[in-house]
Design a protein. Structure first.
Length: 156
């Protein structure tokens, strides 16, 4: 069994093992989700020595990326909707813990919750997205409220 939390940064052999094991689990996830082989890409980016890199399952309607966060947070699986395999930004980020790589049916449920209902856009199946820690999802930044500026003739 793979220890998903064993650091692979600064250890090329551990990094190769992490990438190989993760690719295998993402292939199982694609099968669990019944994705035809031609409907997704499976990519691996080793990154630099100080990081784990990332492994990505990019389907026509959902993007799943796995890494070991440098912060140590248990949010190593990123799931977001997308509009095709050339959409690299997709919908809002949803995070899940790395341990779900050992429970593919549960991970598949998390992915299905993010996938578009009709499979054509970036609107999720649920209005409230799930995150790994129960915290609110990370979405687009909102602009802060405008701060009134003094008139040009004001002396303060």
């Amino acid at each position: 069994m793979t220890d998903w939390y064993a650091r692979s940064a600064y250890d090329p052999l551990a990094k190769r093992r992490f990438h190989a094991a993760t690719r295998a689990r993402l292939r199982r996830l694609a099968a669990e989700l019944r994705f035809p082989p031609s409907s997704f890409d499976l990519r691996s980016n080793q990154g630099g020595i100080a990081v784990s890199g990332e492994i990505t399952l990019h389907h026509e309607h959902v993007y799943v990326q796995v890494c070991q966060p440098a912060t140590g947070a248990d949010s190593g699986i990123l799931i977001r909707s997308c509009k095709g395999r050339r959409d690299y930004t997709g919908g809002p980020n949803n995070f899940a813990p790395l341990r779900l790589l050992d429970d593919i049916p549960a991970l598949a449920e998390r992915v299905r919750a993010v996938m578009p209902r009709d499979g054509a856009g970036s609107e999720p199946r649920e209005s409230q997205r799930r995150t790994g820690s129960g915290a609110s999802r990370i979405g687009p930044r909102e602009s802060p409220p405008a701060v009134p500026q003094p008139a040009s003739g004001d002396q303060s």
